[in-house]
Design a binder for this molecule. Structure first.
Ligand code: COI
Length: 350
């Protein structure tokens, strides 16, 4: 289906900014003005989507997402540049990832063109919610889910693709360095499971250990692999990297780790900086022996890890301005916010 940009249902105010205290912006839900909605019936192609006023969704109580957890989400950001442009960051990559997730969850999916068009429309419709440069970003959440009723038999009669947006500040409050707890009881993902796609079912099952760790004063948790409990995998919502000498390592994507868009960019930037970059199984002992470690994600961006605690033993790592994480954060942020020329073709001006 050809993507299209439709007139908005009501006139968009020409205010440049919404009435928000940008300095106080956290990473949380803020109700903005518009959302995008497209439907697909009986696994056929998605109909042309519409920008609608933001509103609650009406859902059949027997919807596949409510009964059987058939749902995926994505996360990407729109940035306002100092010279007034609006940039998206690699939206096609999220469009491709949602397709891989949809295949895994047995769902139809929008084309990458329709996905990118939807993201552009949501960002533009909610333009006044895009924070001023340096004050945050507009976080866009596309969701694909089984909205038709299913009790016992296929096919799913209806699938919905929707996207909304919220202005956000930094996800991690302790930007200067996270203190992680290595989670030794709960596992996030299993071989041949859904850890490698952005299924909505990957998150709340690990809220118990996350809440416990936060109560104990940790910033986040780092999961070990479910098969052996010996190798590091990822955080609640971010990929992990380690630096040792001139080698940057990150766990191999093999079905249990989310193929992060930021992870991918960071590997490329590290190669540009002259590091050897490897994807491999990372035993916990190797990880604890790093010179530096950091996590990456759309929400996390690039954030240093200050310490890791495993069974009450704390290991500290280098943080601060002289770290690779700081250099990566600045380089990536300069590209995302249009402060330097994007020679990689990662940004999309809308
Ligand atoms: C993202 O980084 O976009 C995520 O989906 C993580 C989320 C828990 C904020």
């Amino acid at each position: 289906m050809a993507p299209s940009t439709q007139p908005l249902p009501t006139s968009v105010s020409d205010e440049k900014y919404a009435n928000v205290k940008w300095e106080e912006l956290a990473f949380g839900f803020v109700r903005t003005d518009y959302m995008y909605v497209a439907k697909c019936n009986h696994g056929e192609s998605f109909q042309e989507g519409k920008i609608l006023p933001f509103a609650d969704l009406q859902l059949n109580p027997c919807a596949a997402v409510l009964q059987y957890g058939q749902g995926l989400y994505e996360g990407l950001k729109a940035y306002r540049t100092e010279d007034g442009r609006i940039l998206l960051f690699r939206p096609d990559q999220n469009g491709l990832r949602i397709q891989a997730g949809a295949d895994r969850l047995y769902m139809p999916y929008p084309s990458v063109d329709q996905f990118v068009s939807a993201i552009k429309q949501v960002a533009l419709a909610n333009k006044k919610w895009i924070p001023p440069p340096g004050k945050g970003t507009l976080y866009i959440r596309p969701i694909l889910f089984g909205s038709g009723p299913i009790l016992g038999s296929f096919p799913i009669p209806e699938t919905t693709f929707t996207a909304f947006a919220c202005p956000v500040g930094r996800y991690h409050k302790d930007n200067s360095g996270l203190n992680l707890k290595i989670e030794d009881k709960f596992r996030r993902a299993f071989p041949s499971g859904t850890g490698g796609v952005k299924s909505i079912t990957n998150y709340s099952p690990v809220w118990i250990p996350l809440a416990e760790a936060k109560k104990q004063g940790f910033s986040d948790i780092l999961f070990l692999d479910a098969a052996t409990g010996k190798n590091v995998e990822e955080l609640f919502a971010a990929n992990i990297f380690m630096l040792k000498g001139n080698v940057v390592s990150t766990p191999t994507i093999a079905g249990t780790i989310l193929p992060g868009v930021t992870r991918n960019c960071v590997m490329e930037l590290c190669r540009d900086f002259g590091y050897q970059v490897e994807e491999r199984v990372i035993p916990l002992e190797d990880f604890l022996d790093s010179d530096e470690t950091f996590c990456t994600g759309t929400a996390s961006i690039v954030t240093s890890i200050a310490s890791v605690t495993f069974k009450d033993k704390k290991t500290a790592f280098k943080t601060g301005e002289e770290t690779l994480a700081a250099k990566l954060y600045k380089t990536l942020n300069d590209i995302q916010t249009g402060r330097v020329e994007d020679t990689k073709g990662w940004t999309v001006e809308i």
